[in-house]
Design a protein around this ligand. Structure first.
Ligand code: ATP
Ligand code: MG
Length: 538
């Protein structure tokens, strides 16, 4: 019922005056949903939080912002009881929490969607959503899968998501998995919902759905803590923002007093190298030979005859909605998934066999969407991880010299401004965004002629995003052919020469970036009637 909903949303946008000042706690207003004082947390050499106060009112949506490694996830982990602070106090709905065991969080009404996906791939969507709560669905001692599916379907429907509750999580895309994680958080009916970068891999339409759901929850009095690097989302959803920098609380402001430029200034401490995005000038590039030629590529389940060419020194973007086939296309090209039909040529040569190994030999590199599963070994050192894909280059000289590894790793660290304590630390000690930078940092070192990048800027902060754009532009300037998928279409328009517009496993349009705009790209990828008449123009 949209009218009721809209009224609710309007009501939610007027918060009690105590919302931003935790010390005021009158009888008229409920106690803050969560109140933290003097939180400290250190990991070996790193002081991740250095005495942070943090209070969120009932029904308030608070954006938690900061650069990669600022301490956002650390704060989230403490607020939800996943980690204990070294010092500080915590109260939930006015009740001090002494021993805050992880299992307690849900009982206290706190649900968290963590930055790193934590689903069990071999279980179904329904089992994952209701994980640990199958008790009510037992029949004669056995869990009744139909009852589980029904309840999960209810949660998904309320959230507006169309995912089969019986599907195995393993078979879902990253974006769909992220939606399942969020649905799981919602299923607890929490009074405080914490979301650590929930939209980092969601395309526009799903982001809208989530923002709508959160506004509705807020109107019902649910407090929300929202971590995101997508600055455009913040003014649309948050009542207030908190900025962290180097583990310190820098500022908490009502959203009306925090224009994006101000937030960025506080995040970076005024050192951001980013000018106005409008001033960004794309260097004129002159594409060379055809580096990658794909003809009629089809897979059993997703791709329906995809054909395109990618030239040396060219950056081509893959735009499309959730499930459009961007990841499937990259995986098929790279030889990760079997191909039903079609031909792939690298500089006019078709690789003898279709495997990642053969593609690497031909100079093709892939930066996968799922860094945890395919990109990174979390226990490996940062230094080794940075040179891994350049290994054939290092090993070529018959020995993996430590000094050489160190030099390559050092170069990538500087290039990507990776925030770390020591290069020999395991990758797992890095913040989410810095892990992503490691995956990308390799490409500085690797000897790659055709680059496939799937969501390269997922979860990295605004400065790092621009570093990555610059990196891709440098690679292109050196003659590398770059194919990049992103669910943020605005960003593709910043640094791509050309866009391939995907929908339903096919390329449904192609545009020079200079001759199109966001509205047109969105219309075509969403596939309304207007767009289909335009498709013939390619
Ligand atoms: N388990 C750990 N061991 C060692 N250091 C850690 C660990 N977890 C986090 N850190 C360090 O603490 C600091 C804060 O990390 P945190 O994950 O909170 O950052 P973040 O703000 O969430 O960043 P991002 O935007 O990249 O997710 C970083 O310097 C990180 O390297
Ligand atoms: Mg984080």
């Amino acid at each position: 019922m949209p009218t009721v909903l809209e009224a609710d949303v309007r009501a939610a946008s007027t918060l009690p005056p105590s919302a931003l000042d935790a010390r005021v706690s009158t009888d008229r207003f409920p106690p803050p949903a969560i109140e933290a004082r003097g939180l400290k947390k250190g990991y070996f050499g790193v002081q991740a939080l250095q005495g942070v106060d943090f209070t969120v009112a009932t029904g308030e949506i608070r954006a938690l912002l900061g650069k990669n490694g600022a301490g956002k996830s650390t704060l989230v982990n403490i607020l939800c009881g996943a980690e204990a602070p070294d010092a500080g106090t915590l109260a939930i709905a006015g009740r001090p929490v002494e021993v805050f065991a992880p299992g307690q969080a849900n009982a206290l009404g706190v649900a968290t969607v963590h930055q790193e996906l934590s689903l069990v791939p071999e279980m179904s969507v329904a089992e994952n959503i209701l994980l640990g709560r199958w008790g009510g669905h037992r029949r004669g001692g056995w869990v009744d899968p139909a009852a589980l599916r029904r309840e999960a379907a209810g949660v998904l429907a309320e959230f507006g998501v169309e995912i089969d509750p019986a599907a195995k999580v393993r078979s879902l895309s990253i974006a769909q998995q992220q939606l399942v994680e969020i649905a799981r958080g919602l299923s607890f009916n929490p009074r405080l919902l914490i979301l650590d970068e929930p939209t980092s891999s969601l395309p526009a339409s799903e982001v809208e759905m989530l923002l709508r759901t959160l506004r509705l929850l807020s109107a019902r009095g649910v407090a929300v803590i929202y971590v995101s690097h997508r600055m455009d989302e913040i003014p649309r959803i948050a009542h207030s923002v908190t900025v962290l920098r180097d583990g310190r609380h820098i500022d908490t402001l009502p959203i009306a007093e925090a224009p994006t430029a101000e937030i960025v200034r506080r995040m970076t401490g005024g050192t951001s190298g980013i000018g106005a995005e409008a001033q960004r000038r794309r260097p004129a590039r002159s594409p060379g030979r055809v580096a990658l030629k794909v003809n009629g590529l089809a897979t059993a389940t997703k791709l329906k005859g995809v054909s395109f060419e990618l030239r040396e020194g060219e950056i081509v973007g893959l735009a499309g909605l959730l499930g459009a086939g961007r990841t499937a296309l990259m995986r098929a090209i790279y030889g990760l998934d079997p191909v039903a039909a079609g031909r792939i040529e690298i500089f006019g040569e078709a690789p003898a066999d279709r495997s990642p190994r053969a593609m690497i030999r031909h100079g093709v590199g892939l930066v996968p969407e799922n860094r945890k599963k395919e990109g990174l070994v979390l226990d490996m050192s940062i230094s080794k991880s940075l040179v891994l894909s350049a290994l054939h280059k290092v090993v070529h000289r018959a020995l993996l010299s430590r000094r050489r590894e160190g030099r390559l790793a050092q170069r990538a660290t500087e290039r990507m401004s990776i925030k770390l304590a020591s290069l020999s630390d395991p990758v797992r000690t890095l913040s989410g965004g810095n892990q992503q930078k490691v995956v990308l940092g390799r490409c500085v070192n690797a000897d790659v002629k055709v680059f496939l990048l799937d969501e390269p800027t997922r979860g990295v902060d605004i400065d790092a995003k621009h570093q990555i754009y610059a990196l891709l532009e440098d690679l292109a300037a050196q003659g590398t052919a770059v194919l990049v998928a992103s669910s943020e279409m605005e960003e593709l328009m910043l640094f791509c020469d050309r866009l391939l517009l995907m929908k339903g496993g096919a390329i449904v349009g192609e545009r020079e970036v200079a001759h199109t705009d966001l509205a047109e790209v969105m219309t075509i990828t969403m596939g309304s009637a207007v767009s289909s008449t335009r498709l013939e123009t390619r």
